[in-house]
Design a protein around this ligand. Sequence first.
Ligand code: GLC
Length: 418
Amino acid sequence: MDHLALDQAARAILRKNDRGGYTLPTSGLYPYQWNWDSAFAAWGFAQFDIERAWLELTTLFSGQWPNGMLPHILFHKPDPGYFPGPDVWGTEGKGPIPSSGISQPPVAATFARMIYDKNPDAGRNPMAALFPKLVAWHRWFMRWRNADGMIFITHPWEGGRDNAPDWDSAMQAIDPVGVGDYTRRDTAHVDASMRPTKDDYDRYIWLVQRARGLGWDDAAVAQDQPFKVADPLMTFVLLRANRDLAALADALGEDRAELDQWTAELTAGAEKLRNTAGVFDGFNLNAGHHTGSVSNASFLCWYGHLDSAQMLDELHQAFDQCRYPVPSQKVGSDWFNAKRYWRGPTWGIVNMLIGLGLADMGHKAEAEELRARTAALMAEHGFAEYYDPLTGDPAGGGSFTWTAAVWLAWASPSNGGA
Ligand code: GLC
């Protein structure tokens, strides 16, 4: 298939997963609206239907809680084929529509800015309506997920990288006693070897039950949850999103002082995520140590506008080791597993964020190399959820919304790449 036919196929995936106002990540495995998936979807739609792009973000923010938290899943319509559904989360009365009780990486302001810049006339009204909601969401992070400028998560799902090795030590410290019986649905759709293990799942559910027991109270969860890990992805993503929100404040004639203060605080905080080897990785706040993992999130430093010769060297190693970088865990590390979700596979969305950061920071050759290899991966292996970084084998769900969006908005040669 040539790249124009692939553009066509990617647009068809977005249309097929469109449920009228919001887009499913993929039907079957993920039958609801997911937070950061929708922001990527909006950026994909913006390449051919700008109104639909704004609608995606507007629908996402229709689920925002009064405290500013934007949930990671919005359960618009019941679907018994998914676990854990609204009955497990128990968030009744917390938000305007049924939802989970945790958030997800705040990429939305960055994509809102890019969509706005594409067509400021079409964007003025929806952007003006979204602006205070984005500020409220970022304020929620700064208040309840902020450890001295490092953004932490209280559940592995909040960070969007469910079973990353960055969480291992915090997960091992949990004894999921009393979690009870439950039936997973994910392994009915995808081979279990590509998904988190039963040990992980018991702890995921136990953490949900525990936060529910705390009434989803922000202060109680932030203080008492046994899982608290500062995350390079969350920190770099919020840092970048704050800058973008400040640029939008200028465009809309809004005040940016609070946003600039957050940007300064997060820039200082991100430095603390650099471990003794010079790599940005997770920091287990309860135990007080770094995790020592080189993940694809480590390479988001440029996206947050922090440079690092050490990380550039790591990137060159990843290019040498993998035909289809960037692996979610360094090849050769004890944790590496080419097929298991966030412990090795390559994810198109993270590649795009890394590529945008590299280009911003003047590493043009690396940015172009990453884009070209990601394009080859998708052209040869389809629009999968994630891929084996060595062979390119597709893994997880197929016809995946955010992968198609990444093709349209970044990887496709239609965007001017080689
Ligand atoms: C998985 C991913 C998460 C994503 C969701 C829907 O849970 O780890 O990042 O948002 O699937 O695609």
